[in-house]
Design a protein. Sequence first.
Length: 378
Amino acid sequence: MSVRPSVSDRALVPTHARRPQSSVPRFTYRRAWHAARDLSRRAVPDGPGRRRSWLFLVSIGIPFAAGTLIGDPRGAVMGALVGMMCGFADEDERGLGARLLILAQIALGMLVGTTIGTHLRGYADPFWLVFGMALFFAGWLTEFGKGPHLAARYAAISLGLSAGFPDVEPHHHLYAALAVVVAGVVRTVDHLWHGAMPMPHGFVPPRLERRVEWLRFAVAYALVGALGLWIGIALGMTRAIWITIAPLVVMQPGAEITYRRIVEFMFGTTIGVVVAWVLIHSLPSAPLVVIAIAIAPTIPLFFPHRFWLQTALIAVMLLIAFRLALPDPRSVTALIVERLEDIMLGCGLALVGAVMAFGRAGWESFRETIADANVDAR
């Protein structure tokens, strides 16, 4: 006859097998290893992400490395900047002809803008008419596709740069040509090997419905862009075009995405400026070159979901490149301060342009989106 244990006796009996004491550290290490492995797998980009990383690395890295090795840091900056612009000018889910056509369109836009700006140096009165028209068409042509829009936008930026930077030597444009050629070659190889480039996951291109909405957007786009350059010149900024670039980048044909980009652009660029300041004042030139090239392939990985991080990486890379091009490294502090100023001015103008383009309804839509996101986060 068996004797059942009492309640007090059952309390002393373990309800489950205990893990041996010696295996606890091993179990903890195993869990930590699996967590680190999963994190590293998520950090590695997917197939399209790796393709975009490779395109950006080659398009930016080769012209930048060529200028650095030759001892022409200003040419290296020119090549890196144009290489990055070529990287963004790519057609998703299109054939090779369309991918090369958009490259030819932006190259032609930059060539026309640079040629006209070279003849209109000093921001004379005719410059403002041409600049305003270029900005207006950049906004208007957004309706007709990525290629026409970027061609007009890059033409306006090149026009402002060439008119305000008289110290650009003719041979520096060879680095820009090198960047375009390299981008075309590597894009052809990518398409022949992998096929069409897929659309970034989760990205839906914004569009307006009515023609009057496109007209209103184009007018606001042109006004805030031209006003930004005029304010920069009036304040005596050496790189006044930087103020204009902010609204040109963040203003999109959609209220919600425009307001969101304004916030992310301010946040990301501020972080990038701080990181660049620390790196520039802590490291010599050689590690800075390596860091700038290493940043290039990470730029396309954070679009569209982490636009702020993409903006931060671009700010770090470009400020390092400008630091290497400066004849006096001590003047980089003034460059960084000016960059912070143009962030505030440019994003403030972009906010004004968004209100002009979309009105109060767009602002209310953005506030509702933020409120819904806060509720979901809770």
